[in-house]
Design a protein around this ligand. Sequence first.
Ligand SMILES: [Zn+2]
Ligand SMILES: [Zn+2]
Length: 130
Amino acid sequence: MEGVLLTGSAQAGLAGECVRCLEPIEDETEVRFQELFVYDDTRDSEQNSEDDEVSMLQGDLLDLEPLLRDAVVLALPFQPVCQDDCPGLCTECGARLADDPDHSHEAAIDPRWAKLAHLEPEQDSPRDPD
Ligand SMILES: [Zn+2]
Ligand SMILES: [Zn+2]
């Protein structure tokens, strides 16, 4: 009596990148939605017709876009990955580890100690001025 109850589903193509290795991801999602679109006969009342909470019919038409957008956004993965066990990028050189699982470097010096590597061992002990 008060409007049109819309029930539907939609398929949407997704494009993004893996949060771990930045590899492009393409996927598909299917969303379902249901919304009551009320007849726009309250225009002369105090009710604000721009109220986001209420979907209005516009004449005989309804605007599906906000509803569809909300449904798709909610269905998006929060942290998309190219594969569930994506190992991410090498912290040394940025290589994508999924492409090169045996990737390794010479044992890196702990950066906290790296400066010590430049120190020359002293020949004479300063405690012994002789
Ligand atoms: Zn990845
Ligand atoms: Zn590397």
